[in-house]
Design a protein around this ligand. Structure first.
Ligand code: PEP
Ligand code: MG
Length: 611
């Protein structure tokens, strides 16, 4: 099968792993501050994904085309033999037209959006997919039946593989629908270009729908399905479009309904008071302007410095982050460098990859202040060892078939099967440190026991590096003080900590309400960990998506964490919000959120304290 380019994600559920997939096999809270909007009915509630407020009429994507039924025999023998070549040509031509349209849109776009469109275009042109269509049309299936059957076959395969591959099923269905629409003369599915600024409401959006959206025409996104780490969320974040997913009742919103969407509280108010709505939109605009004007470094409202760091996945992301206000890197996800790599790169090759990420920060620090006595620059750069497995399968590191991969051999656990993997990675990190003069902090993902932390710390220290572990498994939060005997720092991965504390698959749109870092139980685990750090006098950062939520960032500060790390693009909004919040207000917001019964109440309580 063909191989395609893998776009680098900024987090899970991102376009990573999409490309090349065929190739490698309510209570009314309208009175609460910030919630609702003085509408006549209770607001609909969902999971807030991208903050921001917008008002406008609802638009809906064009419906999906009617699909043909695929009989058990694949529809063989229906087309006479002498017409089968022509039928195959029709299918090929439609697939090619779909791929071309998507490519043209990709060229008019950039960043993740372009990568998503390219990846979907590649799927429409994939040799494996077209080979299956050929087989079916040669057997006498009609073109639309062959396309539908072929897509279903691969969709079943992907779904069985789970993780990011299962995410690709949406892309595949999108390709199927576009090709069938082309073949049968139905309108292409997808997002309209509204004449007035509108709110796009959908069941869920295919990556190709969200990629390339015009933020001037589509002011907010609301979906009934989807999750906080899915592709809709990632593209919305990149475009800065307020977004709420998993909104119960969104299916009942009709084209033209007026709605006020609040991407911070996760509310959708139908038929809002328009004057009140305009005020909310204006206040949001002012907050965005403050974010745009924010230049760093991170400070609280009383001037206390507070480190804001960047999450990076590779050299280009590190160069971009070093050119901005991020003080360092709080999470370098090394596994994302090797998603498409079949064989483990040797130590030298790995060192080159890591040095590319270290170098921009080393250069920036030298230019600013020079290096210390030992020639090392003093910049916080946290490198995470391979978090292979589950939704980030790495061919050379993870088991192929696991019953339950997110609870399986992932992260540091791969060392059980191959201890050399970690040894070689640490050798490569040490080499990169020596070459760049920047000594990174090194942390392990998916640690669950003290023994793991102890063994890891010894291996890291043996190379002159600074050891830490991630707090993703609740066992570490519960016993954080003990873990801190072994390591020099902790970093809370709220994405997985939430998944494991709430026992809710982070990729499941049905469980998005559980997978919310505002869950009081998750906040309590963060509080325990931060307290242990304060008592031990050791840093405890947050590097999960929670750190990208400006309101939650204030709460995390109030809970006692010592740094926050998020995608570089998210830092200005976080930095601008933090500089309006004194430590006292952050602590008050943290207490209020901890005491709240659920995420919506926690948000409202924090807003009430912070204003
Ligand atoms: C996390 O779990 O919060 C985290 C930062 O790691 P990842 O999202 O890569 O699993
Ligand atoms: Mg994680």
């Amino acid at each position: 099968m063909t191989s395609t380019t893998t776009p680098q994600p900024s987090g899970h559920g991102s376009p990573a792993g999409r490309a090349g997939a065929l190739a490698d096999p309510a209570a009314d809270r309208s009175a609460e501050p910030g919630a609702g909007a003085a509408g006549t009915s209770a607001p609909l509630r969902g999971t807030p994904v991208v903050p921001g407020v917008a008002v406008g009429p609802v638009v809906r994507p064009a419906p999906r085309p009617a699909l043909p039924e695929v009989p058990a025999d694949g529809g063989a023998g229906v087309v006479p033999e002498d017409a089968r070549d022509a039928e195959l040509e029709r299918a090929r031509a439609s697939a090619a037209a779909v791929a071309e349209r998507l490519r043209v849109r990709a060229e008019a776009t950039e960043g993740d959006a372009a990568a998503v469109l390219q990846a979907t275009a590649q799927l429409a042109a994939d040799r494996g997919f077209l080979g299956e269509v050929r087989k079916r049309t040669r057997a006498g299936a009609a073109a639309d039946v062959a396309v539908t059957g072929a897509a279903e076959k691969f969709a079943r395969m992907f779904a069985a593989m789970g993780g990011l591959m299962a995410d690709r099923v949406t892309d595949l269905h999108d390709v199927r629908d576009r090709v069938v629409a082309d073949l049968t003369g139905q309108p292409q599915p997808g997002v309209p270009r509204p004449d007035v600024a509108s709110v796009l409401v959908a069941e869920d959006l295919a990556p190709a729908d969200t990629a390339g959206l015009d933020p001037l025409r589509v002011r907010a996104l609301v979906t009934r399905g989807g999750g906080p780490t899915g592709h809709t969320a990632i593209i919305a974040r990149q475009l800065g479009i307020p977004c709420v997913v998993a909104v119960e009742g969104a299916q009942a919103l009709a084209e033209g309904d007026m709605v006020l969407v609040d991407g911070t509280t996760g509310t959708v108010q139908v038929d809002p008071d328009l004057e009140h709505a305009a005020g909310r939109v204006e206040a949001d605009r002012a907050a965005r302007a403050a974010a745009a004007a924010w230049r760093g470094p991170g400070r609280l409202g009383d001037g206390t410095p507070f480190p804001l760091l960047a999450n990076v996945a590779d050299g280009p992301a590190a160069r971009a982050a070093a050119a901005g206000p991020a003080e360092g890197v709080g999470l370098f996800r090394t596994e994302l460098c090797f998603l498409g790599t079949a064989v483990e790169p040797d130590v030298e090759a790995q060192a080159a990859v890591y040095a590319e990420v270290l170098a921009p920060f080393a250069e920036r620090a030298r230019a600013a202040a020079g290096s210390g006595d030992d020639g090392l620059v003093d910049v916080k750069l946290v490198l995470r060892t391979l978090d292979a497995g589950s939704d980030k399968p790495i061919a050379y590191a993870t088991p192929e078939h696991e019953e339950n991969p997110s609870l399986g051999v992932r992260g540091l656990r791969v060392v059980r099967r191959d201890p050399g993997l970690l040894e070689r990675q640490l050798d490569a990190v040490a080499l990169a440190a020596e070459r760049t003069g920047l000594r990174p902090w090194v942390m392990a993902p998916m640690v669950a026991t003290e023994a793991e932390a102890k063994g890891f710390a010894a291996a890291v220290r043996a190379r002159g590096l600074v050891p830490g572990v991630m707090v993703e498994v609740p066992s570490v939060a519960l016993l954080a003080a003990r873990f801190l005997h072994h390591v020099d720092f902790l970093s809370i991965g709220t994405n997985d900590l939430t998944q494991y504390a709430m026992a809710a698959d982070r990729l499941s749109s049905d469980l998005a309400d559980l997978n919310d870092p505002w869950q009081p139980a998750v906040l309590a685990l963060v509080a325990m960990t931060a307290l242990a750090g304060q008592r031990a006098g050791k840093p405890v950062g947050v590097c999960g998506e929670a750190a990208a939520d400006p309101l939650l960032a204030c709460v995390l500060v109030g809970l006692g964490v010592t740094s926050l790390s998020a995608a570089a693009a998210a830092l200005p909004a976080v930095g601008a919000r933090l500089q309006t919040a004194t430590p006292e207000r952050c602590r008050a917001a943290a207490s209020a959120a901890l005491a709240a019964p659920d995420p919506a109440a926690a948000r409202a309580a924090a807003l009430a304290e912070l204003g």
